[in-house]
Design a protein around this ligand. Structure first.
Ligand code: HEC
Length: 107
């Protein structure tokens, strides 16, 4: 997997914080690649976990924040969610929100 310098990421985020600009979505795609192991390619789950594709960004962020705070019980997501900064979670959420919705996805 390609690595992206934290400074580059910070610049992209600072310059274009909108969900529809190209650069943040590219950064989000790189970050979201980790999620594919369990949630499927581009958030289209093959089963066993929820699909993330097409979920509104604020919904995803709310769910991730619930994992980070421990409000929502989890086997693994509380640890995964804590591994990202709020800015990185926002990039990831924007990326999945921009994907074609999967059938059976969460709402
Ligand atoms: C090692 C496997 C694994 C990885 C990697 C993973 N997840 Fe998860 N995800 C899970 C499991 C399992 C659950 C169910 C909650 C739990 O037990 O932790 C879950 C639940 C979720 C949920 C809640 C779905 C719902 O509505 O109940 C969201 C949102 C989510 N993951 C987002 C992500 C994002 C974003 C990433 C990448 C940063 C990610 N996950 C990476 C396994 C994973």
């Amino acid at each position: 997997m390609k690595r992206i310098a934290p400074l580059t990421l910070a610049c992209l985020w600072a310059l274009t914080p909108t969900a529809h600009a190209g650069a943040p979505l590219d950064a989000g795609r790189l970050l979201a690649a980790t999620c594919a192991n369990c949630h499927g390619t581009d958030g289209h789950s093959a089963g066993g976990t929820e699909s993330l594709a097409g979920i509104p960004g604020d919904t995803l962020l709310r769910k991730l924040a619930a994992f980070t705070s421990g409000e929502k019980p989890a086997t693994i997501m509380h640890q995964i969610a804590k591994g990202y900064t709020p800015e990185q979670l926002a990039l990831i959420a924007a990326y999945f929100a921009a994907q074609r919705p999967a059938t059976g996805g969460i709402r």
